[in-house]
Design a protein around this ligand. Structure first.
Ligand code: AP5
Ligand code: MG
Length: 187
């Protein structure tokens, strides 16, 4: 199973992605997690990306493409993977398709779209801000992340629809309920 998790910030990509890792026994590749780890470690990449992330904007394509390519080339990703937060625009989606070909891997099977309304997203992320203090979980930044999602990432639904790969799942409800919906939709 090679899947892409598509959904607005706070729609549950990370949360459901972890459950899918356990269920399918394949790794999750999260560009957001990788970037936050780089920021925390103070690497050059982290220093470059921090201000952009804190502002809720997308970091440069070549940076995230490099992260994904390095991870996809590892052995454990050969039998499948769950991409969380990548691709985020059409250019990244096209690069991903080419990358899989170059690595001799089959194409993406499914794009799972987690549908959650904006007001629920804002509520979740403001709640997480209290618990975890993620630098981009501030209301104005959350709204910018949603706007960028709508402008840049949401069009990927059409990209994957054209390939008959989209499954849309209601992302509101108990974690296990949402997870069951995803697994059922994946068949
Ligand atoms: P990224 O880390 O990808 O963040 P995001 O898309 O904004 O999404 P989140 O991680 O906030 O939400 P999520 O969908 O994972 O939901 P979660 O499960 O955490 O990106 C961060 C930044 O990195 C970007 O802004 C950009 O700068 C950069 N970046 C990353 N990838 C990039 C790329 N490809 N190109 C360019 N730049 C890139 O859940 C959210 C909260 O809700 C949690 O507290 C959770 O406990 C709770 N929750 C989850 N499910 C439920 C539920 N069913 N009911 C109630 N609460 C729930
Ligand atoms: Mg996440």
């Amino acid at each position: 199973m090679r899947m892409v998790l598509l959904g607005a910030p706070g729609s549950g990509k990370g949360t459901q992605g972890e459950k899918l890792v356990a269920h399918y026994g394949i790794p999750k590749i999260s560009t957001g997690d990788a970037l936050r780890a780089a920021v925390a470690a103070g690497t050059e990449l982290g220093r470059k990306a921090k201000a952009t992330m804190d502002a809720g904007q997308l970091v440069a394509d070549d940076i995230v493409i490099g992260i994904v390519e390095e991870r996809l080339a590892q052995d454990d990703a050969r039998k499948g993977f769950i991409l969380d937060g990548f691709p985020r625009n059409t250019a990244q989606a096209q690069v991903l398709d080419a990358m899989l070909q170059r690595l001799g891997q089959p194409a993406v099977d499914k794009a799972v779209h987690l549908a959650v309304a904006d007001e629920e997203i804002i509520k979740r992320l403001l709640d997480r801000a209290q618990k975890e203090g993620r630098a981009d979980d501030k209301e104005d930044v959350i709204r910018r992340r949603i706007d960028i999602y709508n402008a840049e990432t949401h069009p990927l639904l059409d990209y994957y629809r054209a390939q008959n790969k989209v499954v849309t799942v209601d992302g509101v409800g108990e974690l296990d309920t949402v997870f069951d919906r995803i697994v059922k939709a994946l068949g």
